[in-house]
Design a protein around this ligand. Structure first.
Ligand SMILES: NC(=O)c1ccc[n+]([C@@H]2O[C@H](COP(=O)([O-])OP(=O)(O)OC[C@H]3O[C@@H](n4cnc5c(N)ncnc54)[C@H](O)[C@@H]3O)[C@@H](O)[C@H]2O)c1
Length: 494
């Protein structure tokens, strides 16, 4: 019979908000995963590592319960792991423990309720480290003025993890999931953990880098169905442990790219930098096509995507990229090159061209509305969509929002609508625009309606009831096929 040991709260430090005790930790009572080789059952006929039995699963802690961390914690818990989440935000902790999601993310509310009992949040690091075998750090690493990432939150969390490790008798793996600059894990992370724990990396504890490639709005889906898992490891044992966890968690059969932490750090930002390049290439084609009567960037980009050397994803003309990952990873790539006293010219140019997209769009608006001489105060523009992409309220580095700000500053009368982002937009635009209650309300009386984000619900606009004079400028070809409206497309020759 399997022995079930419950770790008593008296064994650990009492924090401000301790996590409720789990009634069934892994069978060896949180022994650390150093006995992992004994748990490893070999490879299946496809060469994949076989999964350990459920009761041998390591317990997981996740530090930083934000947009990525909470989703990761919930996904781990939904696949049978006991998870302790750590955050410094007490309000967030209380909500999570009540099964209420503090974050807007597709499917998160439901899944959080389902995993009640397997996921608990706390502000107590000791409790989290002592009761688990592996810790994922997912705190924010905001961009600094030079484009590199700040380690402030990371260092604060490392300090607390290291202090807790000091009391731990068994092996513990610390995994950095936050996006960090290359050369961080094997220098800053190793140094801080060794210093604060008094222990030796590789012997008493392990470190690894395991960043995620997820998009807001589909974080749960992307986490559970990744193209591949990027693992930067110092020891094979640590990489194996991560591979075992993801083989259990992922609903597809992802490939694993295992390498040193340094190579994984460079891979993370290089990958996003490449995607931004691809997006920007499509937009460069669009800028050219606009000047050639009859040319159509979408037709061209679709054909390019058929070539397997190129592939169809992210080669779609539009307003350009935004959000909390692509712009900053691109800029961080250049910042890393500058540290090495070289120039990442391509990455820098991609960033510049993407910023120029706003100017390109504004020029197009001027052309459609008859040039600079128009009395802008009388012209009404409806902006449909303000988030950085559909299915999220996030407006960070949103091209649509940047464009709206320019339109307002030029004196146009602007009304805005977004299915999820209006509350966030209010914080930026205040009373400079009219906030519409829906898309139909937004374009009521408008001279020009800008489809700035391809939210599917804009297809349901009651086009029959429109006043005839509205001109649509569709930046994403969302309304292609709608009959009887005056429509112009970005990327199509005038
Ligand atoms: N959100 C994404 O789309 C995404 C995608 C890929 C990678 N990432 C990376 O993941 C990391 C986290 O991003 P996010 O968007 O989830 O950030 P976020 O700001 O939404 O969440 C960060 C969380 O960490 C908590 N926190 C801060 N300091 C802490 C500390 N010392 N101890 C415990 N908790 C602490 C905050 O209270 C917050 O809940 C970043 O490095 C980001 O680049 C994010």
């Amino acid at each position: 019979m399997k022995k079930i040991v419950t770790v008593q709260r008296s064994e650990v430090n009492q924090g401000v908000i301790p996590a409720p005790v789990f009634t069934g930790v892994n069978s060896s009572g949180n022994p650390g995963y150093d006995k992992m080789d004994a748990r490893f059952h070999g490879h299946d006929k496809n060469g994949r590592r076989e999964l350990p039995e459920a009761e041998l699963l390591p317990n997981i802690s996740v530090v930083g319960l934000g947009k990525l961390g909470l989703c990761s914690a919930v996904c781990f818990a939904s696949k049978g792991f006991k998870v302790i989440g750590v955050d410094i935000d007490i309000d967030k902790i209380n909500k999570i423990n009540k099964g209420i999601s503090p974050i807007d993310e597709t499917g998160l509310d439901e899944l959080l309720k389902k995993v009640k009992g397997s996921l608990r949040a706390t502000s107590d690091y000791s409790e989290a480290i002592l009761r688990t075998d592996i810790t994922f750090i997912v705190v924010a690493t905001p961009s600094l003025a030079d484009g590199s990432f700040s380690n402030d939150y990371l260092e604060k969390s490392l300090h607390k993890i290291g202090s807790a490790l000091r009391k731990k008798k068994s092996y513990h793996l610390v995994v950095v999931t936050s996006t960090v600059m290359p050369q961080t894990v094997e220098t800053v992370v190793k140094f801080m953990l060794e210093k604060t724990s008094g222990k030796i990396c590789g012997k008493d504890f392990g470190i690894a880098y395991n960043p995620e490639f997820i998009a807001l709005g589909s974080v749960l889906h992307d986490f559970l169905n990744p193209d591949f898992l990027l693992i930067g490891e110092i020891s094979k044992k640590d990489g194996d442990m991560l591979e075992d966890i993801y083989n259990r968690v992922c609903e597809n059969k992802p490939r694993f790219a295992r390498m040193s932490p340094l190579n994984a750090e460079i891979t993370k930002i290089a990958l996003n930098c490449y995607v931004t390049t691809k997006i920007t290439f499509a937009n460069s084609i669009a800028a050219i096509c606009e000047k050639v009567k009859g040319a159509d960037a979408n037709v061209i980009a679709s054909a390019l995507g058929l070539d397997t050397r190129i592939g169809a994803k992210y080669i779609r003309p539009g307003l350009g990229y935004g959000g909390p990952c692509f712009p900053r990873d691109n800029v961080a790539f250049s910042a890393f090159a500058r540290r090495l006293e070289i120039k990442a010219k391509l990455a820098e140019m991609v960033d510049e061209v993407n910023r120029d997209q706003v100017t390109r769009l504004i020029k197009r608006v001027h052309e459609i509305l008859g040039g600079f001489k128009s009395d802008k105060g009388k012209i009404r523009i409806a902006v449909l969509g303000l988030s950085y992409k559909p299915n999220t309220p996030i407006i960070e580095d949103s091209q649509a929002l940047n464009i709206t700000q320019v339109l307002v500053s030029e004196g146009y009368r602007v009304s805005v609508y977004d299915p999820q982002a209006l509350e966030n937009v209010r914080g930026v635009l205040g009373d400079m625009v009219r906030y519409a209650k829906d898309a139909d309300d937004c374009i009521k009386d408008a001279d020009l309606a800008l489809i700035a984000v391809p939210w599917q619900e804009f297809k349901k606009i009651n086009f029959r009831k429109l006043s005839k004079k509205v001109i649509f400028l569709d930046c994403w070809r969302l309304l292609e096929g709608v009959k009887g409206i005056n429509i112009k497309y970005l990327g199509a020759g005038i």
